[in-house]
Design a protein around this ligand. Structure first.
Ligand code: DGL
Length: 270
């Protein structure tokens, strides 16, 4: 039995897609979440800056004696994972890319996979390299979608403007006839309804955080990391800016009130 919390972080709201999965699949686990709302978006930054931000986030989260860390950010996972794993040997750190790729290659029937993500993620080739390592015959159609993160951070989950941008970004991938689409940024599942309706029911959308939490299920079983004893502090949220906005939009997405549980911290100190 290990009652320490699981640490989860992202540049903003996107990583809550992991927290929601943990709440549903592991109701006894506790979570410390950090959303770097003062420095979002990560996806348009240089690899050096993304690595620096990832290091700060991990240093902050490690202060809570967490039993493992989920990098619930496609960009930080794609750019920084090997380095931060090497630098933090004592603690299990999981990114979102491997589990997502594993699921996508098993789902596709026509061997045409679409990948969407931030500019940093698409430039890193993380998902396509992973797919090619499994099956080089799979055709990949990819595109960065830099307007999706600001849409989500501003609460445009399923609005006319979100639908317009979805059509603009996904037109070519849809026309290519993919049967599987990797939502390679953890913010994108918040647009899942609108993306799913645009792509059509025959296209499987792969949500990175759902896959990583599935992986966690195996991991928790194997390493006996189960938590227990819920308490008032079961879910703690920290942000680097605008805790009220995060509580409001995050609460809508999590379908539970998170007012009063969100604290602001100065991430540059870590
Ligand atoms: N949600 C993150 C990702 O998965 C970060 C998006 C961003 O900040 O640009 O890539």
């Amino acid at each position: 039995m290990d009652n320490r919390p699981i640490g989860v972080f992202d540049s903003g709201l996107g990583g809550l897609t992991a927290v929601k999965q943990i709440m549903e699949k592991f109701p006894d686990e506790s979570v410390v979440y950090f959303g770097d709302t003062g420095r979002v978006p990560y996806g348009t930054r240089s690899p050096e800056t993304i690595l620096r931000y990832t290091r700060d986030d991990i240093n902050f989260i490690r202060g809570f004696d967490v039993k493992m860390i989920i990098i619930a950010c496609g960009t930080a996972s794609s750019v920084s994972l090997p380095t931060v794993k090497y630098e933090n040997e004592g603690i299990p750190i999981t990114g979102v890319v491997d589990a997502t790729v594993y699921k996508a290659v098993r789902k596709t029937k026509n061997k045409k996979i679409g990948i969407i993500g931030t500019t940093g993620t698409i430039k890193s080739h993380s998902y396509d390299d992973g797919i090619a390592a499994y099956d080089s015959a799979i055709k990949i159609y990819k595109r960065d979608c830099p307007l999706f993160v600001p849409l989500v951070e501003n609460g445009h989950f399923d609005t006319p403007v979100a639908r317009l941008v979805i059509e603009e970004y996904l037109e070519d991938i849809k026309a290519a006839g993919v049967d599987t689409l990797i939502l390679g940024c953890t913010h994108y599942p918040l647009l899942k309804k609108a993306i799913g309706e645009y792509m059509g029911a025959h296209v499987t959308l792969i949500d990175p955080c759902a896959e990583v939490v599935e992986y966690l299920k195996k991991k928790l079983g194997r390493d006996m990391l189960h938590g227990a004893d819920r308490d008032a502090e079961q879910y703690r949220y920290f942000v680097s800016d605008d805790p009220a906005g995060f509580a409001e939009r995050g609460g809508i997405f999590l379908e539970r009130e998170i007012n009063g549980q969100v604290e602001k911290i100065d991430i540059e100190k870590y």
